[in-house]
Design a binder for this molecule. Sequence first.
Ligand code: SF4
Ligand code: SF4
Length: 337
Amino acid sequence: MEKTVSFQKNARNIFFHILTRCNLRCRHCYINPDQHGRQTLPVETIEKWLTALVHEEKASNLILIGGEPTLHPGLDSCIKAAKKMGYASITVDTNGFFFNRILDKVTPEELDYFSVGLDGSCEEVNALIRGKGSYGKCVAGIEKALSKGFKVSLIYTVSQLNVRDVKNMPSLLRTLGIDRFFIQVVGIRGKSAQDKEHSLQLTREQWVDVVPAVAADAARLGIHVSYPKVFLERSERFECAALVAENFFIFPNGRVYQCPLCEDFPLHSYVFEKNKLTPLPPINETDLFQLSIPEGCVMNKLVQPGNLNYDKQGKPRYKIACCLLKEEIKPVAATSR
Ligand code: SF4
Ligand code: SF4
């Protein structure tokens, strides 16, 4: 599942993958069962880990994610338990199939958002990425969730397969009545890293030409939009989220990462051992965050150096931003007030 919350300084976000199983096989899925595990965590374990992760003084945002989290028959119990523990916000990242009658088992008061993944404005485009028939199911699921009073946001992962389609999304969101839109960039992780011949990644020019304009269109229609910055000018300040915010990415095998780009490798900072969050000895991802390089993100240089570009003197032409850094555009009507 794609992740929806941006990094803000001092924010504390817990991305909890409660299982890795899914009914879909999306082309860009980053779930890697060899690294993340195949188990469905029991509700009791999830509750213990949630207790270990909640912070008494700092507001913690919880994102329940998978795989497809609504395939977990105890998702409703997890949401209710997290609410009682005092998580500041609770979001479920879903593919929109809403299994196990989850819409009947929780209330809009217990959940802040369903964040739904859709990668096309029509069946034809979405099917290229998420498979045949998933568009209709997802749209029907969104309509049902909205009719029950839930807040729904939509996440769209832009790749070579749908870069010409993303411009159609603002009007679809408006028609559906969705007021939050996350535009995500396809990463070289999980499945998209395995297909070396058919790169799904966008060029810098495509990203810069297309995404900010679509975001501005959506904002004009009253939609709150965020999208990753991806490229920074040389003069722009680079910050690694792992050093200025707290993000924890939890997987069913107990691994806890602070950086999504490390998730294909056994480089995690912590592990749950006997239900206790336990730091790992060096070398792990924490040792990499400190390194300061002119290319910006260290992990990007290690795992996807193809998106860097150098001038004749060997200096990088731009920096790669932290993949958790998002641009946020408030709806035009709201900002003009
Ligand atoms: S819905 Fe999410 S978890 Fe399932 S295959 Fe697609 S990206 Fe992966
Ligand atoms: S993506 Fe790069 S900048 Fe962001 S947390 Fe990971 S290492 Fe740090």
